[in-house]
Design a binder for this molecule. Sequence first.
Ligand SMILES: Nc1ncnc2c1ncn2[C@@H]1O[C@H](COP(=O)(O)OP(=O)(O)OP(=O)(O)O)[C@@H](O)[C@H]1O
Ligand SMILES: [Mg+2]
Length: 388
Amino acid sequence: MASVTLTAINKSFEKVQVVRDFNLAVEDGELVVLVGPSGCGKSTTLRMVAGLEGISSGELRIGDRVVNDLTPRDRDIAMVFQSYALYPHMTVYENMAFGLRIRKMPQAEIAQRVGEAAALLGLSDLLERRPKALSGGQRQRVAMGRAVVREPAVFLFDEPLSNLDAKLRVQMRLEVARLHKRLGATILYVTHDQVEAMTLADRIAVMHAGILQQCDSPNEIYSRPVNTFVATFIGSPSMNLFPVTARTQDAGVTGTTDLLLEGVGVHMPLGKDADSVAALATSAEWTLGVRPQDLEVVSEADAQLHLRVDVLEPLGAETFVYGTLEGGPGVVSPARDASTEERLASPCIVRLPPEQHVAPGQLLPLRIIAGRAHVFDRVGDRIASLDT
Ligand SMILES: Nc1ncnc2c1ncn2[C@@H]1O[C@H](COP(=O)(O)OP(=O)(O)OP(=O)(O)O)[C@@H](O)[C@H]1O
Ligand SMILES: [Mg+2]
């Protein structure tokens, strides 16, 4: 196994730049999941690592070697794609052995490697079958087996499970996790599936428009997103974003300074340490971010926000409530300089336990769970988490 280091990698097709100044160091044995919207450059990045696509500028290392100019064959990498493209006229065994035969590996060693990979992937009883006699999940396992027998320094996966139905995906996801653990493999893995990303990754790398936004542990990405793009891309349904205006206010008795966030029906005193409050208040126009599950229904006396309920989505284990924030009792008027659209509606989604009774039209008193409010500047960069 080996590390993979991308340093200041750029990629252009003709005049169009699709990957910009990309820096990422995948450690030996680490599984990094690459996510981002369609067309953001994930596959292109993977293909550059594999050597299937040239690198416009920058340096790519596998282990200690600079591999920019090496052919795919000499990079010691195996790639698994969404379309597994097995040879239909060959058995499972022959499909898995093919790449090794081409490399003129002795028969005995081929048999041993295929045998081990088959055992690892639960394919031992299927070695004599042809692909058309296999299920989708079994075929995808053969495609993985073909990569495993090569014993490459690095595995590249490009949406390997997206052709499978939901149940099989869950099963195969566990299989990939097991494979990673058993082989101690270095893996760069692209997916559109958030659960796959959160559960498989040692670190998640979030890309947007060819630019790496953040690369951190799943927990860090989720709880401390660096900007509103990452904040709304990770997590489903997306984090709510509210335009707010900040003011400081003397808290009186205690001698501390409170922070007031005014927006569309948002008004909350945040009596915390004076330094950070002052630093925050210097930039008065913010975006407040709160995930749907970080809002809870409280008594009117404890309310920070009020949601006018529009639509309910009962999913059994949870209910998603869609509505707009409104000024209610104890809530000051919208910020003076909020734009007209901001005044009109601040759409909001709240996740509630199924036993919570709500009805369309109702005004729900809400509170943000302590420590779960994120503050971004109006460009979208993270400023802080607020302990509300
Ligand atoms: N050979 C090519 N020539 C010109 N443009 C290309 C080429 N290959 C990819 N692109 C463009 O580069 C951008 C990034 O493509 P890429 O396939 O890396 O996206 P992706 O993140 O993998 O998307 P998806 O999630 O849809 O697979 C896209 O705008 C795509 O149209
Ligand atoms: Mg792609």
